[in-house]
Design a binder for this molecule. Structure first.
Ligand SMILES: *[C@@H]1O[C@H](CO)[C@@H](O)[C@H](O)[C@H]1NC(C)=O
Ligand SMILES: *[C@@H]1O[C@H](CO)[C@@H](O)[C@H](O)[C@H]1NC(C)=O
Ligand SMILES: *[C@@H]1O[C@H](CO)[C@@H](O)[C@H](O)[C@H]1NC(C)=O
Ligand SMILES: *[C@@H]1O[C@H](CO)[C@@H](O)[C@H](O)[C@H]1NC(C)=O
Ligand SMILES: *[C@@H]1O[C@H](CO)[C@@H](O)[C@H](O)[C@H]1NC(C)=O
Ligand SMILES: *[C@@H]1O[C@H](CO)[C@@H](O)[C@H](O)[C@H]1NC(C)=O
Length: 395
């Protein structure tokens, strides 16, 4: 080998060996797990984020409350697969410990341990020196019991009859603070009460009143408890275009809006008398976009022969279905020109009439001129002369 190459190799090797040594860094926590209070049946996740060079190894350990001497290592799939551990090693080491379907026995101290010490797995070393630790206490409380009304269906024959939704807090780990009602994830104002039994009354139910209702009980230093009551109703289409007028080649947009829970599935079809054609995206010219309570049909590059007609949107949920129609009119390209063409036609006809009239009249005129002058003609020639004289005079 060339001596220079050997030297270069030696320098490179030296650098490579020095590199980890120079920038080596002890493990340190960027984010450590946080203590929490949870209810039985719920889920918790603890996060641990560690820096260091080389990237530290992360482990999770557990000890029952007040048994700090008895830590046991946790592994992915422990406790009948309720425990999950997901760790990613990059520039940082990041690990998430998750436990699902919590039981009272899951209460305790959870510890994130991290180390990049080369001696960390040497049994002769004291782990307290080679590993850094961060702890979080998880308290699991018995989930309060709420006795709630069954789901309600607002139908045509019960509409107008008031509906009362009830929640009774039957057991709780500690005394509750208060309670309130929510609809579709939004707090309903003025429903706060301190009673164990709470009710929400819909005095004149309409499709609009259907939705996901929830009573929520709050506690000091513990998570909320809640129960969900579904109020269902047939979809009601509250907004649509009655008609749409467009020119051929343009795009048309038809839409329908609905109320009624659960949110409907939407379909569109074109109605031709008693038969109909279902519309979907496959043609490349019709595009249907559906949101929970809204549907939009876009028709591109309107065809005057096939597109005009009656379009129907149909909203269907478990309770029933409703449909509404929109009339689509498509005008010819020439339509905007029609008024102009009308005027043009009138002008042409007028010109033709004048020309024809003039042609028929001319021979008579010539004869007239040759014939002895009538009183009218005399006057007119005299007038001309007068005019000429006057013009000369003014000069
Ligand atoms: C819940 O309410 C129903 C009546 O709505 C009643 O029959 C039942 O006993 C209640 N359960 C509890 C635990 O209070
Ligand atoms: C709640 O308790 C009241 C009595 O306070 C009772 O009339 C009602 O049926 C209970 N409702 C439910 C859903 O348990
Ligand atoms: C309702 O209870 C569930 C389960 O305990 C909980 O995850 C959720 O955050 C609660 N929702 C509200 C609004 O309190
Ligand atoms: C449709 O749903 C959206 C959000 O889901 C809501 O903001 C809007 O008020 C709803 N419109 C109607 C007519 O229910
Ligand atoms: C139809 O196409 C539009 C636009 O590409 C898309 O947003 C929509 O989700 C499609 N709808 C269906 C029902 O596939
Ligand atoms: C709406 O669609 C459903 C399901 O395709 C159908 O059973 C129902 O007859 C339609 N309703 C109307 C009013 O067209």
């Amino acid at each position: 080998m060339h001596p220079n190459a050997v030297m270069l190799a030696a320098v490179l090797l030296g650098n490579l060996m020095l590199l980890p040594f120079i920038s080596a860094q002890n493990a340190g926590f960027v984010k450590s797990p946080m203590s929490e209070t949870k209810l039985t049946g719920d889920t918790f996740e603890l996060y641990c984020d560690v820096v260091g060079n080389p990237t530290p190894e992360i482990q999770w350990w557990y000890a029952e409350i007040n048994r700090a001497d008895s830590f046991k290592q946790l592994w992915d799939g422990a406790r009948k697969r309720r425990v999950s551990i997901n760790t990613a090693y990059g520039t940082n080491g990041v690990s998430v410990l998750g436990i699902t379907r919590l039981t009272l026995e899951d209460s305790g101290t959870y510890e994130c341990r991290a180390s990049n010490d080369p001696r960390r797995n040497d049994l002769r070393q004291n782990p307290a020196i080679t590993w850094i630790r961060a702890q979080a206490t998880i308290s699991v409380l018995q989930k309060p019991k709420i006795n709630a009304s069954d789901q309600t269906i607002l139908s045509a024959d019960t509409s107008g009859k008031p509906v009362t939704l009830q929640c009774n807090l039957t057991t709780a780990h500690t005394a509750h603070k208060d309670s309130f009602w929510m609809k579709n994830g939004q707090k309903i104002p003025n429903t706060q009460t301190e009673q164990k039994n709470t009710a929400y009354r819909i005095t004149k139910p309409r499709a609009d009143d259907s939705g996901e209702y929830m009573c929520v009980y709050t506690f000091d230093m513990a998570p909320n408890a809640n129960a969900t009551i579904e109020v269902k109703a047939k979809p009601d289409i509250t907004g649509h275009k009655r008609s749409e007028n467009k020119n051929e080649g343009e795009n048309a947009m038809l839409y329908c809006k609905s109320v009624g829970y659960p949110h409907p599935t939407w379909t569109w079809r074109k109605v031709d008398g008693t038969s109909y054609t279902d519309i979907d995206n496959s043609t490349g010219r019709f595009f249907i976009t559906n949101r929970d309570n809204y549907t939009e049909l876009n028709i591109l590059n309107l065809d005057i022969n096939t597109d005009p007609g009656l379009y129907e949107c149909n909203a269907t949920n478990v309770i029933g279905n409703t449909a509404q129609t929109t009339i689509l009119r498509v005008r010819s390209h020439l339509a905007p020109l029609w008024p102009f063409l009308g005027v043009l036609a009138e002008i042409i006809i007028l010109v033709v009439i004048i020309v024809v009239y003039e042609k028929r009249k001319r021979p008579d005129d010539i004869i007239d001129d040759d014939e002895p002058v009538g009183p009218m003609k005399t006057n007119s020639t005299n007038n001309h002369k007068d005019k000429n004289i006057r013009q000369r005079n003014t000069k």
